[in-house]
Design a binder for this molecule. Sequence first.
Ligand code: BGC
Length: 257
Amino acid sequence: MTLNSTAPREGTSFGIDIGGSGIKGAIVDLASGEFVGDRLKVTTPQPSTPQAVAAIVSDIVKQHHWEGPVGITLPSVVKDQKVLSAANIDKTWIGVDAQELFSGFLDVPFSVLNDADAAGLAEVAYGDGQAQKGSVVFLTLGTGIGSAFLLDGQLFPNTELGHLMVGSHEAEHLASSAAKDRNGLKYKQWAKHLNRVLYEYEKLFNPQCFIIGGGISRKFDRWGQHLTVSTPVFPAHLRNRAGIVGASMAVVEGIRP
Ligand code: BGC
């Protein structure tokens, strides 16, 4: 799981981010962390079974005429390349051996990791340096809450903080960006829920900082000032690109949780 965060990177790789609503893939320039050409997004099939999703992954790779390594994210715990949970994707993913599954669809080297872990790694490599130092809790706020624990840029994978109970609710049911939309909350109201969640994380893990990614981090200026935890909170640098970029890096750097 070792990531040499400050080493220069070169060449290109390919990343695919699998989510409940879309499956997105792009070629990534490893020197800059930028996409090369267009990102392709395909609607997640319903039901989002492993076979149906893997077929789309293979199409996305083919459409880019890509023949190199492919990194793939899932909204799941991935341990020894086995999928152990499934949030917002079909429950038949649970127990799937990702190596076995994707080797039926891809003729290139590939590896699979949790979506938030990938985003955290991308932030370490291409962010503003904040994620490279000390103990950092990186969170992605989207349909759920994803988390990546980072210590001096090294990943402790599969932390799943979105499912921590805060009072009588799971954290992600209170403070994901989907929870904001579902409950019709304004930024300030939603920030109060996020604050409760961050207090709980702060109490348990005492990180040096929180870094928050996901689409809603783009609007950090609307809600960041309402957070009152003592731990500094920063918006992520990479936002929506992070999953694809992190996956593309993980596969070439041999990060295979
Ligand atoms: C899942 C995590 C995932 C996060 C963001 C959570 O519900 O359990 O594995 O990282 O959502 O997609």
